[in-house]
Write a protein that binds this ligand. Sequence first.
Ligand code: NAP
Length: 276
Amino acid sequence: MTVLQEHFTMSNGVEIPKLGFGTWQTPDGVAPKAVQTALRVGYTHIDTARAYGNEAGVGQGLRAAGVPRDSIFVTTKVPAEMKTYEQAKQSIATSLAQLQFDHVDLLLIHAPKPWPEMFKPGAPRYFTENAAVWKALEEAFHDGQARAIGVSNFAIDDIENIASQCTVAPVANQIEFHIGHTQDELVAYCQAQGILVEAYSPIATGKLLDDPGIAAVAAKLGKSVAQVCIRYALQKGTLPLPKSVHDTYIAEDAQIDFVIDAGDMAALDAIGDVND
Ligand SMILES: NC(=O)c1ccc[n+]([C@@H]2O[C@H](COP(=O)([O-])OP(=O)(O)OC[C@H]3O[C@@H](n4cnc5c(N)ncnc54)[C@H](OP(=O)(O)O)[C@@H]3O)[C@@H](O)[C@H]2O)c1
């Protein structure tokens, strides 16, 4: 079995394909072709968001591919800025209308704070607001609009805030995770709680492509830097979400059926954060 055919089982029993296809910064007009290419090379899991402005194109591409709805896994997100129950309800309805699907497979709160405040020291934490937004996600889950619900960019205390008040627990946390940026404490917490970690930006939005340390491991294995980055995230027990709009890259990124041995994983672990 190839990675493309494998699944993680989330804590609510829903299976999620082990590799997902990202669509951030994929324009709405480009999304149909990118998504169709992804399905053609074997992806069955597509990640979008209201904030990406491409749900319509993603939905169009998925339908044009002519595959049964239940053979694909679609994730979308309630925007980080929408912090009331009513806004979240409205956003979920809009997402489904844009995608032209009656449900998504995974629905996430995009971030615990609005983006302008996300990395601002001393910004409010939005605990009460996130609990209200979570209520809307729980209703979507109960109404069959989402087969699973989760969070994104949530820190441990953001998750604990939801966990202490919810009736449906979050099954996934989609976070930035790549070589040099592995958020070990948060990942260990999520994995101990049975929360699946989805690794967004597994190639650091392209910033790792020129890294000489990764290039050395890639040359040794006869793989590309991108493939080593994606495989690294998978071997750490996370679910990588690579993004591309180029057919050759989309196909290449799906070919990660190889093993990085312990020595090379240690060498990759030692690489510093490209964001610093
Ligand atoms: N929840 C969140 O807040 C959040 C935040 C960021 C990302 N995400 C999700 O995670 C996905 C991936 O993250 P990302 O978009 O930041 O980037 P990424 O997958 O880390 O990197 C994408 C970049 O790498 C390039 N690339 C991909 N494969 C390549 C290859 N084989 N060879 C050379 N270049 C290659 C792409 O080029 P081209 O596109 O030009 O082909 C693009 O510039 C997003 O699309 C989104 O779905 C979520």
